[in-house]
Write a protein that binds this ligand. Sequence first.
Ligand code: SF4
Length: 242
Amino acid sequence: MTDRNIPVLEIFGPTVQGEGMVIGRKTMFVRTAGCDYSCNWCDSAFTWDGSSKHNIRLLSAQQIWEELSHIGGDGFAHVTLSGGNPALLPQLSSLVGLLHEHGIQVALETQGSRWQDWFLAIDELTLSPKPSSSGMATDWLRLDAIVARLKDHARTFSLKVVIFDDADLDYAADVHKRYPGVPFYVQTGNGQLKESEAEQLLPYLLKQYQWLIERVMADHRLKRVSVLPQLHTWVWGNKKGV
Ligand code: SF4
C-alpha cells in the first residue's frame, strides 16, 4: 500500500449510467472517497461526511481492475469514475491508463473545481458545476481554465447542471451562455433522499421531470440543451451500489 493508492468506497456494476452524456450506457462504477464540496442535496454525502470512513479501502489500480473483472467478468467495456470528487486524486491516472490497456473506455463526472492532467485521457468527461441550491459557489475562473484546456486538446466533454428551482435555471442559463459550444445537459434533482421505497419516489421524480421540461421549453436562453431525468432513481430509488 502506498500514497499512490486510491481511496475507494464502492466498486459495482455492470449497471446503466443514470446521468449525463452517457445516460443509459452499460458501465461499471468506481466511487472514490472525498469531496471538496458539501452540496446541500448531495446524494453521495457518505463519500465525504465521515459516515463511511471505515469503509474506505486504499487500493492500487491493479487491485481495482481485479475487482472490476471479478464482479463484471468480461461483460463490460466501460467504467465510470464517480465520487465524491475523483478530480482530487492525481493517482487516478494509473487506473485510467490500466483500463485503457484492457480496452475499457472511461467516463468521469466532476464539478470542475480541480484540474488533473489525466482528464485528457478520459473518453467522456462531464463537468457538473453546482447551482445556487447546492449552497456552493462556482470558481468561474477555474472552470474557464478547465474548459479551455479541454478544448485546446479537442477532448470530448459536456456540461451538466442539476436543477431544483428557478434560480438554478438562471445559473444553468449563465453556464450555457458562458460556454456556448459545449454540449449542455440539464437534469432533475432529487430532493427526497430519505425516501426508501422506489415506488413512492417515482411520482415525485416524474413531476420534477415534467416541471423541468416545461421550464426549459419556455426558456429562450436554453436552446441547444438536453433535458434529462436521473434515470437510475426511477428504477432503484435511493438504493446505493446499483
Ligand atoms: Fe456531493 Fe458532488 Fe456536491 Fe461533492 S460535488 S458534495 S459529491 S454533489
